[in-house]
Design a protein around this ligand. Structure first.
Ligand SMILES: [Zn+2]
Length: 98
């Protein structure tokens, strides 16, 4: 396997992977994805659903949206001092009034 770095700018790296198979490249991709901190909706309260979709469908779709955040301002729940209880350092509360 050969890895050739094409371009590096900030946190973006473009590289060329050669002499390997798609399964290994996919494994590498999946490992890199697990190392990226992500933020997504975990709990959702729906008070009134006026849409044509069931609450479960709306919840699933909202949960699939990755949220942009500054990783320096959010602590992972498992690393937080609150011991997984939830606090403003490790949780975000979003309100959508539409
Ligand atoms: Zn916390």
């Amino acid at each position: 396997m050969k890895v050739k770095v094409l371009k590096k700018k900030g946190q973006v790296l473009h590289f060329l992977l050669e002499d390997t198979d798609p399964a290994f490249a996919n494994s590498l991709r999946r490992i890199m994805i697990t190392e990226i901190p992500t933020l997504a909706v975990e709990w959702l309260d729906i008070h009134e659903n006026g849409s044509a979709l069931f609450d479960e469908v709306v919840s699933h779709r909202i949960g699939m949206i990755p949220l942009k955040f500054n990783p320096k301002r959010i602590v992972a729940t498992e690393d937080c001092k609150c011991s997984n209880k939830g606090c403003p350092l490790c949780q975000v509360v979003l309100v959508l009034d539409k």
